[in-house]
Design a protein around this ligand. Structure first.
Ligand code: GN1
Ligand code: MG
Length: 387
């Protein structure tokens, strides 16, 4: 697994050390008696934290848990992240005890405290580690396979929103200030652009991306302005409901959990619905090899929104529904802008595999955004049909 790439655009880059097996075994041993740890291996494809799966072998057979090193340059207050995790798992856990709270199987990743500690996380040599329960008999994927999966992504997000709908947003801490506030990312982009001046752009892709941003500068404030006017209000949100953060039952294919709860905080539901749409309606995925081929698939959007509305539609106001198509467009644009800014800044925030990786990812999101723009009337009609 690659070393954690940390720090936000504009701040100093602090590169965490690569993780050696011996280090992982030592840390895992702080959460479970070392004699029972059989293996530690990389898990998932997160862009920010380092995630591993720990396998235990003992008298009761094989068991597993998730071990994560938190990227503390991004999440600088672990007590807030872990506090929110405790609040929401307790709240959702209590609601799930009532019959009918969620149709069928629904599970929560639960924090596992370190041994001999009164805290929910471990601080070791300046690093922050935590362990979570592993949800068994599930599968995950990085790009949507079909309409059934898009439906389940929407339904899973709907269940999540519904379970948290009566938790006052003020009970959650802000784990990442300004997260999903698009005008803030544009301001950062301008600062970084000014700082770096010009970059090599042999094939014109960078110039195209910069022009794409310039052409849309006047639209970045749409959701925030609607919130300021009081049309839409903050609620507990997931913050990162991409397809890779949904677990599907290995047998039925039904969504059974939303994982990666670090960005759960007060925010607009639209950040989540927009993020689910940008991720769940792009069959080529975020890492598409040829950005020019990327399309927003309206049939997948219909399935996703049907799933979402079935689970959470009752709590949406007419204004909430009105802003959904804008949210899909804006969150695709925003993620593209974040990747582009990180490319300009020298790849200091998102984990990358090569130079140019973040530019490639930005082009994928901008292509998706352009495809949403081209289909905006149809997406708007779809949301109206489902209302
Ligand atoms: C990051 O680390 P990961 O993969 O869960 C990012 C999200 C992006 C996502 C795109 C805290 O999430 O906002 O949508 O990459 N998380 C943070 O894959 O910045
Ligand atoms: Mg995440």
């Amino acid at each position: 697994m690659l070393a954690g790439q940390v720090s936000g655009p504009g701040s100093d880059c602090v590169v965490q050390t690569p993780l050696q097996t011996s280090r992982l075994l030592t840390v895992a041993g702080r959460f479970h008696p070392p004699g029972f740890i059989a293996a530690v291996e990389p898990l998932g494809q997160g862009n920010v934290n380092d995630t591993h799966l720990v396998t235990l072998r003992g008298d009761e057979g094989e068991r597993r848990f998730v071990l994560q090193r938190l990227n503390t340059t991004v999440f600088s207050a672990p007590e807030r992240v872990m506090g929110n995790l405790a609040t929401i798992t307790a709240h959702m856990g209590q609601k799930l005890q009532h019959p009918g709270a969620a149709a069928g199987r629904w599970e929560l990743p639960r924090p596992i405290p370190p041994r001999a500690s009164d805290r929910a996380w471990l601080e070791l040599d300046g690093e922050v580690w935590r362990a979570l329960s592993f949800i068994e008999d599930t599968v995950g994927c990085e790009a949507v396979a079909d309409a059934g999966q898009a439906h389940e992504l929407g339904r899973g997000l709907g269940i999540f929103h519904d379970l948290l709908s009566d938790l006052p947003a003020a009970e959650l801490a802000d784990t990442l200030e300004g997260f999903h506030v698009t005008p803030r990312y544009l301001a950062e982009h301008r600062v970084v652009l000014e700082r770096v001046g010009s970059l090599a752009d042999d094939d014109g892709r960078l110039a195209w991306a910069l022009a794409f941003v310039r052409d849309r500068e006047d639209q970045v404030d749409l959701l925030e302005a609607a919130a300021r006017r009081g049309e839409i209000s903050p609620r507990p949100i997931h913050g990162d409901p991409k397809i890779g953060n949904v677990l599907f039952d290995a047998t039925t294919g039904r969504a059974v959990a939303l994982i990666d709860l670090d960005t759960v905080k007060p925010g607009l539901l639209h950040y989540d619905i927009g993020d689910a749409l940008r991720s769940g309606c792009n069959p080529l995925g975020e890492e598409a090899a040829d950005p020019a081929q990327v399309r927003f698939d309206l049939d997948l959007a219909a399935a996703l929104l049907e799933g979402y509305m079935g689970a959470a539609g009752a709590s949406l106001t007419a204004a909430d529904r009105h802003w959904i198509p804008t949210a899909a467009r804006l969150i695709s644009f925003e993620l593209g802008l974040r990747f582009l800014t990180d490319h300009l800044a020298g790849d200091v925030y998102f984990r990358t595999g090569r130079r140019g990786h973040n530019l490639q990812r930005a082009l994928v999101q901008f292509q998706l955004c352009a495809s949403i723009e081209a289909q905006l009337p149809a997406l708007t009609a779809l949301v109206q049909r489902l209302s």
